[in-house]
Design a protein around this ligand. Structure first.
Ligand code: 4AD
Length: 456
C-alpha cells in the first residue's frame, strides 16, 4: 500500500505543501461543526500526526479510537513547529473498524492492566517507546562489536550441557508421559537426542569454542532459565549478549563492558531523544541526566570482599544477612551501587563456591576472577569473568562440583590444544532496557514476557 511513514512527515519541513498518504490507527478523534480532528499514529514515531478534516457538505462518520485508516491530504504547518494533514472525508478510507469494546479507548491504563493484553499494549506511547529503545539498543550493540572486529556467532539453543551449573535448565523432550521406563537414564536414552537435552541458559561455552578460533566473538540471542523466582527482574526467556575474547584478562573484560555500555547509551541518547524525554517525564525523573552522567564518568570498582565489609558496616537492616561467602542479593547490590557509589560499579573476585566452574581461580585459593556490574535501580546487569584456561585446574573445579566430564569433552579440548587466557561477559538485554528507560518491571520491556506460572 503506497504511503509515507508518519515519522518522515513529522521530522522534516520538506513535506509542507505536498500531498501525502499516511496509514495508522486513530488515537483520538474530535468532531465539531465544520471540521473534525483525528490524531493518527502508525508506530514509526512517538509523535502522532493530526488530520484536520474539512467536512463541508459531505457525510462524515467519526472514526472510533483504534480504527485503522488510510488518509490522503495536504501537509500544512501546524502550531509549535508541528505539521498537520488537511483532508476531506472522501479521502479517508477505513481499513479496519474498531468496536467499542477496544480496551485502549481511554488513556492512563496501569502497566499491570496493559500486561494483560501484550498483543495490544504496543499501541500505547509507553510501549511504542520501549519497543523502539529495544530496537535502537540492539542495533547499537551490533554496531559496537562489528566496528571493533568482533564476529557475530549464533550458539545453539538446544544443548546437552548446563553452562551455569545452577540446575535451571528447561528440559527438551518429545517423550510423553509413560510409566514404561524404570530409570531416568532409560527415559532419556529413548528421547529425541538419545540423552538428556535442555534449553541453553547461556551461549558462553560454545562462544568460547568460537573465540578460540576467531579471537573476538559475540552472541546476541535468547537464553532460558527455569528459575522459580517471581521477581521484577527475572524472565524465563531473556535476550543475552555474550562477547567472548581470546587473550583477554579480567581487567580487559571490565574495560570492554564499560566501553560497550557507554557506546550504546550514547547512541540511544542521540537516536531517541523523544523516547528518553518521555521516560524522564513519566517514569523516572532525571533519567536523561543520569544516563549522561553515567557515560561521562568512570564506573566504580570494588572487590567482593570490600563490598561485604561495606555492607556489614552499613548499619542497614537487610532481609538477607551478610557474611563473606554469601551471594549478593538485589538489596545488597542496590545498596552498593546506589548508596555507596551512586553509580554503576563493578564487583570483582567472588568466592569460588558461589560462582561457576569455568571461572579463573585466583592465587588466594578462595576467590575467582569474576565480575558483576551493578547499576542503581536494577542491580546486576552484567556477569562475566576471566576463564580458567589451565586444563588441570579446570578439571579439578569440575570434579569438586561432581560434574560429568564426558559432557564437557569439547570444552576441555580447548584447554589441551593451544589454550590461551580469555574472558567475556553476559549482558541481560532486558535489564539494560530497564536501566535505560526507568521501567521497573522486566515484564514491561519484552514483547511477550515468559515468567514462572505465566505464558501467553
Ligand atoms: O550472570 P549470568 O548468569 O552469567 C552467565 O550466564 C555467563 N555465562 C555470562 C558470560 O560470562 N558469558 O547472566 C548474565 C546476565 C545477568 O547479569 C543478567 O543481566 C542476565 O544475564 N540474566 C537474566 N536476565 C533476565 N532474567 C533472568 N532470569 C536472567 N538471568 C540472568
Amino acid at each position: 500500500m503506497k504511503h509515507i511513514d508518519i515519522k518522515e512527515i513529522t521530522s522534516s519541513a520538506d513535506f509542507v505543501g505536498k500531498e501525502v498518504t499516511v496509514c495508522g490507527w486513530v488515537r483520538t478523534s474530535r468532531n465539531s461543526k465544520s471540521v473534525a480532528f483525528v490524531e493518527l499514529n502508525d508506530g514509526t514515531s512517538l509523535k502522532n500526526i493530526q488530520v484536520v478534516v474539512e467536512k463541508g457538505e459531505s457525510d462524515y462518520k467519526e472514526p472510533r479510537v483504534g480504527t485503522s485508516v488510510k488518509v490522503t491530504g495536504n501537509v500544512v504547518a501546524g502550531r509549535n513547529n508541528t505539521v498537520e494533514i488537511n483532508t476531506v472525508p472522501e479521502n479517508i478510507t477505513v481499513l479496519g473498524e474498531c468496536p467499542t469494546d477496544y480496551p485502549l479507548q481511554k488513556k492512563g491504563h496501569t502497566l499491570e492492566f496493559l500486561r494483560s493484553m501484550p498483543h495490544l499494549r504496543g499501541r500505547t506511547n509507553t510501549f511504542n517507546a520501549v519497543w523502539r529503545v529495544r530496537s535502537v539498543l540492539a542495533a547499537a550493540i551490533h554496531e559496537y562489536f562489528q566496528k571493533n572486529n568482533y564476529v557475530y556467532i549464533n550458539t545453539p539453543l538446544i544443548t546437552g550441557s548446563d553452562c551455569e551449573g545452577a540446575g535451571e535448565m528447561f528440559t527438551v523432550t518429545t517423550n510423553g508421559f509413560t510409566q514404561d521406563y524404570k530409570t531416568e537414564e532409560e527415559y532419556y536414552a529413548n528421547d529425541f537426542f538419545g540423552r538428556k537435552a535442555g534449553l541453553s541458559v547461556s551461549g558462553q561455552l560454545e562462544g568460547e569454542m568460537a573465540a578460540m578460533a576467531m579471537g573476538k566473538i559475540y552472541t546476541f540471542g535468547p537464553s532460558f532459565r527455569a528459575e522459580n523466582s517471581n521477581t521484577p527482574k527475572h524472565l524465563a526467556e531473556f535476550w543475552h549478549i555474550e562477547p567472548e575474547v581470546a587473550f583477554m584478562e579480567l581487567d580487559d573484560v571490565i574495560g570492554l563492558a564499560e566501553d560497550m555500555l557507554k557506546y550504546v547509551i550514547r547512541k540511544l541518547l542521540d537516536t531517541c531523544p523523544d523516547e528518553v524525554a518521555f521516560f524522564d517525564a513519566h517514569f523516572e525523573k532525571g533519567l536523561k541526566d543520569r544516563l549522561e552522567e553515567l557515560i561521562s564518568h568512570e564506573f566504580g570498582r570494588v572487590t567482593y570482599t570490600e563490598a561485604i565489609k561495606l555492607l556489614k558496616e552499613s548499619g542497614e537492616n537487610f532481609v538477607y544477612p551478610v557474611e563473606w561467602g554469601c551471594d549478593l542479593q538485589t538489596e545488597h547490590e542496590r545498596y552498593i551501587s546506589e548508596k555507596v557509589f551512586g553509580k554503576a560499579v563493578f564487583v570483582t573476585d567472588y568466592p569460588k563456591e558461589i560462582k561457576s566452574f569455568y571461572m579463573k581461580q585466583n592465587p588466594d585459593g578462595k576467590t575467582v576472577a569474576a565480575v558483576d556490574l551493578l547499576v542503581p535501580g536494577v542491580g546486576e546487569i552484567i556477569g562475566g569473568s576471566e576463564r580458567e584456561y589451565d586444563y588441570d585446574k579446570l578439571v579439578a573445579a569440575m570434579k569438586e562440583r561432581n560434574m560429568n566430564l564426558d559432557l564437557y569433552s569439547d570444552y576441555l579440548d580447548l584447554r589441551k590444544y593451544g589454550s590461551v587466557p580469555h574472558g567475556g561477559f553476559g549482558l541481560g538485554f532486558e535489564r539494560l532496557i530497564m536501566y535505560t528507560t526507568g521501567m521497573a518491571n522486566i515484564r514491561d520491556v519484552i514483547l511477550f514476557p515468559r515468567t514462572v506460572g505465566s505464558i501467553r
